[in-house]
Design a protein around this ligand. Structure first.
Ligand SMILES: NC(=O)c1ccc[n+]([C@@H]2O[C@H](COP(=O)([O-])OP(=O)(O)OC[C@H]3O[C@@H](n4cnc5c(N)ncnc54)[C@H](OP(=O)(O)O)[C@@H]3O)[C@@H](O)[C@H]2O)c1
Length: 306
């Protein structure tokens, strides 16, 4: 396509015959991503923690696209047992998996522990997605052209991985913990890309971020920031549908390659048309990528066949 032309959902090729899993597909960006993929013919599984909300989301998709093929799978990313159950179920339901979108996330939550004792943001945003992707690897590897797209954030730029205290046992700063988890999303993507390439696999790993999108993510922000957001939000951010475009491009553009990162092209990458971008140099630290991978395998008990 013309490199100067804006990439819009009309550029999404037919997704007919493709199986897709979107974590957090019942609301926010995940819903917008799932809806667009279903509109283009994909069979979409909304992997959600609340079955009723998931069913309502599936109904909304079929209400606007009656021929859409959508299912709901229960997945609570704050529990590794739930991740195992969901992965098992998905691998029974889907013999092949073309696209896994690691989208679900939480931001700036008060100190909370997952069922496995992980800090909630690291546990949900990174460790559970690391485990889910690893458990679905056989389906992904046996599907030529499959992709894993993981959603990061501009916040990753302020992130540092505290290897000695990944799960905030010795102090907690909610904003730093979010930034750390979003940096982890990128370190994971780049290490997965390297391993897939070394293995000669026909699966690619990419990352994307939405810029600033109007969703429920800011629910734990301090009151003054939420008030500021009410005033400045409409000027600085865009809709969930627009925020979904970098992920949709990473997921479907035939020209998008493993190891790439997509985001909006406007000032500060807050809004605008989706384009390939680059992440902070800390996300390209190969030693940190390997170290996080090893630690994530140890913490989740999920070993990749790569
Ligand atoms: N919005 C932005 O401006 C922005 C900016 C940068 C990055 N992001 C990233 O975009 C992704 C989506 O966020 P969003 O903006 O769409 O926020 P959102 O509206 O709050 O949606 C978050 C989604 O994650 C799901 N989720 C949270 N905890 C879960 C768990 N334990 N198990 C399963 N699902 C869980 C939520 O499910 P429920 O519906 O059940 O709550 C919801 O579907 C996140 O990774 C976030 O870091 C967003």
């Amino acid at each position: 396509m013309n490199q100067l032309a804006a990439w819009t959902p009309t550029a999404i090729p037919s997704q007919a015959g493709r199986n897709v899993v979107v974590t957090g597909g019942g609301s926010g960006l995940g819903f917008a991503i799932a809806d667009a993929l279903a509109r283009h013919g994909a069979h979409v599984i909304l992997a959600v923690r609340d079955a009723e909300r998931g069913a309502r989301a599936a109904d909304r998709i079929t209400a606007s696209t009656p021929e859409a093929s959508v299912e709901v799978e229960l997945l609570d990313l704050s529990s590794l047992a739930s991740v195992h159950e969901a992965a098992q179920d998905i691998s029974v339901r889907l013999p092949t998996l073309d696209l896994l979108i690691n989208n679900a996330g939480v931001m700036w939550t008060p100190l909370t522990r997952t069922s496995d004792g992980f800090e909630l943001q690291m546990g949900t945003n990174h460790l559970a997605h690391f485990a889910l992707t690893g458990l679905l690897m056989p389906q992904l590897l046996s599907t030529p052209g499959s992709r894993v797209v993981t959603i990061s954030s501009n916040s990753h730029k302020g992130g540092h991985i505290v290897f000695e205290d990944l799960n905030s046992q010795h102090g907690y700063d909610r904003q730093a913990a979010y930034a750390q988890s979003k940096l982890a999303n990128l370190l994971f993507t780049y290490e997965l890309h390297r391993r897939l390439t070394s293995a000669g696999a026909h699966t690619s790993a990419l990352a994307a971020h939405p810029g600033g999108a109007s969703t429920g993510l800011t629910r734990n922000a301090p009151t003054h920031m939420r008030l500021l957001n009410t005033v400045l939000g409409p000027l600085l951010t865009h809709s969930a549908e627009r925020g979904a475009l970098p992920a949709l491009r990473a997921a479907t553009d035939p020209a998008a390659l493993g190891g790439e990162y997509y985001g909006p092209k406007g000032p500060g990458e807050m809004r605008g048309d989706p384009r390939r971008t680059d992440s902070h140099p800390r996300s390209h630290d190969a030693e940190a990528q390997r170290r996080l991978w090893t630690l994530s395998e140890e913490l989740t008990g999920v070993r990749y066949p790569l």
